[in-house]
Design a protein around this ligand. Structure first.
Ligand SMILES: *Cc1c(COP(=O)(O)O)cnc(C)c1O
Length: 454
């Protein structure tokens, strides 16, 4: 493991924070240090049963280590454990949440907006679809077949009808199929995904917005994964760049700081372009504490208690790494993107592999199939290669994709491209992945030679 700067950072900051409360009378019993030490040792041993998510050789699922400053700030906030439901529960951390969320909204060019942090992307999307449902009761929600699975489920919870729209062979929403749906006149909101979970595909938001002008519906952008790529337009290809360029025209946006924003889990964010949707959140709870006349976050959030520490960690991270084009944070994103392009290039040059026929990665997620006569054989090979890589400490992921996304394996192939095929997937979201790509490739090649029996 790399040298961990967090304990030292935390010790100094904890002293400073304790000094702020030094005038209070002493209290409290001596903690059972020996007992806690014993339990923590057991905890460390239990935690070893995990993939090494922090390491560049972990290149599987969407797991990016939180920045050390986020971990330190989170732990520091734990001294107080603020609750960002209301200012009574977390005065400083509520103010920090508002500042941090305003910086995120600023990435999309929004200065007047309504927004807050949530426990994650799912709850943030739920709030966005809930507002969509309040504005257009009973109307349908539609999203591409590659939209996150929770949209259908959330719509069920909200009792809003939901329909899936076909995706193209790159995983992007098919705009003609969308038009055929919205023409029916009963679509209340379209979920547009900027960065699908499976393949990092970018729906053509610019073209969906044209349809909005013609047919009138709400556009919710699920950028839980891909939102931060707004900061590196120069590193994106058309048409993804065009989609990001108009992100600010969405009605609502979800982005997950705990995905690409270097935060510990428990940090999603929902933003509404029109702040007046805050009226739907209005409640008057007899328990809610009001010591200030200012609107508090519990009045614009469906969740009641929320971790103030999440806001503190996010605020600290964005102080160190501002969300600006050309900044260090943006450069980190660009390095993962470069790693994905390089991996795709090597896969295309290697006869064992079959990357997506329609083109390379749109963001930093690479998916590819093993070349084999049938989907069953390709799937079996993918599972074997996955295990052979893991045996070499290279951790990839598996994903089911439509077989039709790949060119026929060979003229002698089965020709049957219906149904899913198990593929390999690598999310190259750590800045270190760029420098580690050669070592990743060596392990992948060796594992592949073993898998195909060379
Ligand atoms: C991860 C993800 C979600 C769900 O977010 P959670 O934070 O896991 O609840 C929704 N949409 C997309 C596109 C995602 O990648």
């Amino acid at each position: 493991m790399p040298h961990d700067p967090v304990p030292a950072l935390l010790a100094r900051a904890t002293q400073l924070l304790e000094a702020e409360f030094a005038l209070l009378p002493e209290f409290g019993a001596a903690p059972d240090l020996a007992g806690m030490e014993r339990v923590l040792e057991a905890t460390a041993r239990r935690l070893a049963d995990n993939y090494p998510y922090f390491h560049p050789l972990y290149a599987g699922q969407m797991l990016k280590p939180p920045h050390p400053v986020a971990r330190a700030a989170y732990a520091l906030a734990m001294t107080l454990n603020p609750n960002n439901h209301a200012r009574d529960g977390g005065r400083a951390s509520s103010a920090m949440e508002m500042e941090a969320v305003a910086q995120i909204a600023g990435m999309f060019g929004w200065t007047e907006f309504l927004g807050h942090l949530t426990s994650g992307g799912t709850f943030a999307n739920l709030e966005a679809l809930w507002v969509a449902g309040r504005l257009a009761p009973g109307r349908r929600i539609v999203g591409s077949e590659q939209a996150h699975y929770t949209h259908r489920r959330i719509s069920g919870v909200l009792q809003l009808p939901y329909a899936g729209i076909a995706a193209d062979s790159r995983g992007r929403m098919d705009v003609d199929a969308l038009e055929a749906e919205v023409r029916k006149g009963d679509v209340g909101a379209v979920v547009v995904t900027l960065g699908t979970t499976a393949a990092g595909a970018v729906d053509p938001l610019d073209r969906v917005l044209e349809l909005r002008r013609r047919y009138g519906f709400r556009v919710h952008v699920d950028a839980a994964y891909g939102g931060y790529f707004r900061l590196i337009p120069e590193a994106l290809d058309e048409p993804a760049r065009r989609a990001y360029a108009v992100l600010g025209e969405a009605d609502s946006i979800v982005i997950d700081p705990h995905k690409h924003g270097l935060q510990p889990y428990g940090c999603g964010c929902v933003l509404f372009r029109d702040p007046s949707v805050g009226r739907f959140y209005k409640h008057d709870s007899p328990y809610t504490y009001f010591t200030s006349k200012q609107l508090h976050l519990g009045e614009i959030s469906l969740e009641c208690s929320r971790a103030g520490a999440s806001a503190v960690a996010l605020w600290a991270t964005q102080q160190l790494l501002p969300l600006v084009e050309g900044g260090e944070f943006a450069r980190g994103l660009a390095r993962g993107r470069a790693a994905a392009l390089e991996l795709d290039r090597r896969l295309r040059a290697d006869a064992h592999f079959e990357p997506l026929a329609a083109g390379g990665p749109e963001l930093d997620i690479v998916v590819w199939k093993l070349r084999a006569p049938t989907a069953e054989q390709a799937s079996e090979l993918a599972r074997k290669l996955f295990a052979a890589c893991a045996a070499r400490d290279l951790h990839l992921a598996l994903v089911q994709l439509p077989h039709s996304w790949f060119a026929p394996a060979s003229p002698a192939g089965s020709g049957n491209h219906e149904g899913p095929v198990t593929c390999l997937r690598s999310v190259l979201m750590k800045p270190e992945h760029e420098a580690w790509l050669q070592r990743i490739w060596e392990r992948l090649s060796a594992a592949c030679a073993e898998t195909v029996g060379e």
